[in-house]
Design a protein around this ligand. Structure first.
Ligand SMILES: Nc1ncnc2c1ncn2[C@@H]1O[C@H](COP(=O)(O)OP(=O)(O)OP(=O)(O)O)[C@@H](O)[C@H]1O
Length: 289
């Protein structure tokens, strides 16, 4: 059996103003992977293709070892899809929603759903249209967990949520992943959320995967170097810079080779930890993109 929850090979999809040419990606089972990238990078397009809601021009997507094109219904039953927009019927309350959706799932667990609704503090009699965005995300998560999804795919679930509800959602995700048979793939602009809970980070830009690594590795290896522009742009060092930014007070760049700068200039430069947001920002400023 494959150790990967998601395996993508040679995926291509073109729109008039966007091209994904040869996307390859492997997402390990049993972990939380954060999917980051600026607006229009291709996150939703990738997730929609994983859910078979959009067809690729070419390439292959395997979920839990099975090809999505050939086994769409079977695979979708194993995926819990969560996104901030409402996926349920507005005019129904939770009980009516359950009655409507449960028959679609072979493994529906009524007791689990009831327990989750209770523990997420969701109102039983309110219609979904009167739910806050946070409540809708919690309802989607309750549904995903009640049909025993192995893979939870979340497309921007925390956007538009206040910090308290975001924290609650992150705690729920963290609890889910304690069951090592589950995998979470989570797209977000809110890189601090991913810094808190992701084990791996996949970074997409302009339809291509730029990074796909353990989060701790990324945060350990990438550093910001700050200092005089002439020092940073030294011919021997230029290739080590990722996205140089010139400011009046000096220049800043990202690097994976901070020790080279340190050896050459010592304390003439300031070397600092980079956040996921810094990593994303400086990669998108890199020349050649
Ligand atoms: N159905 C479509 N028809 C035409 N262009 C599309 C369609 N869907 C997506 N696109 C284009 O593909 C590109 C990638 O869009 P996508 O929604 O995947 O980005 P994203 O990374 O999810 O961005 P955001 O963070 O803003 O949601 C964008 O340029 C978008 O305009």
């Amino acid at each position: 059996m494959s150790d990967y929850a998601i395996e993508i090979k040679g995926l291509a999809k073109s729109f008039p103003d966007f091209q994904m040419k040869d996307l390859n990606l492997q997402i390990p089972k049993g972990y939380i992977t954060g999917f980051i990238g600026p607006n229009g990078a291709g996150k939703s397009t990738t997730i929609k293709m994983m859910m078979s809601l959009m067809h690729p021009d070419s390439g292959e997507i395997k979920i839990m070892g099975q090809n999505i094109q050939d086994h769409a219904e079977e695979i979708k039953a194993r995926i819990g899809f969560v996104y901030a927009e409402n996926v349920f019927y507005d005019h129904l309350n939770i009980k009516e929603t359950e009655r409507l959706i449960a028959p679609f799932y072979k493994k529906w667990d009524h007791q689990k759903f009831t327990d989750l609704i209770q523990s997420f503090g969701l109102p039983k009699n309110k219609k979904v249209k009167d739910f806050s965005t946070g409540m809708k995300v919690k309802l989607s998560l309750a549904v995903a967990l009640s049909h025993h999804a192995d893979l939870i795919l979340l497309d921007e679930p925390t956007s538009g949520l206040d910090p308290i509800v975001r924290k609650e959602i992150l705690n729920i995700l963290y609890d889910i992943i304690q069951d090592e048979s589950k995998t979470i793939f989570f797209s977000s602009h809110i890189t601090t959320d991913l810094e808190q809970i992701a084990d791996y980070i996949t970074f997409i830009y302009d339809g291509s995967i730029i990074l796909n690594e353990e989060k701790d590795n990324l945060l350990q290896h990438y550093r910001l170097v700050k200092g005089d522009q002439k020092l940073l742009e030294h011919d021997r060092l230029k290739d080590y810079l990722i996205g140089l930014e010139k400011r009046d007070t000096g220049s800043i760049a990202l690097t994976k080779e901070a020790e080279v700068f340190e050896e050459m200039y010592g304390d003439q430069l300031v070397i600092e930890a980079a956040s996921l947001e810094d990593i994303m920002y400086y990669f998108t400023k890199r020349e050649g993109f």
